[in-house]
Design a protein. Structure first.
Length: 67
């Protein structure tokens, strides 16, 4: 696991997206492996962690090809 983590962190394929203070970025976990930098406190903001509970159910399989 350590080797996998090192390989991902040193990959040239990393895309870093700056997010301005007070804004957020929503990522689709079905397509992106993501992480985040260490939280840096800001005097005018507070930190809130939001996590999806459960799963989304679709009437059809949106992510399969040749339908």
């Amino acid at each position: 696991m350590s080797e996998l983590s090192d390989a991902i962190e040193t990959s040239k394929g990393i895309l870093s997206v700056p997010v301005p203070v007070g804004k957020f970025l929503l990522i689709n976990n079905l397509f992106w492996l993501h992480g985040r930098d260490r939280f840096t406190p800001h005097p005018d903001l507070r930190r809130e962690l939001m996590r999806q509970r459960g799963y989304f159910a679709y009437a059809t399989h949106h992510y399969q090809t040749h339908q």
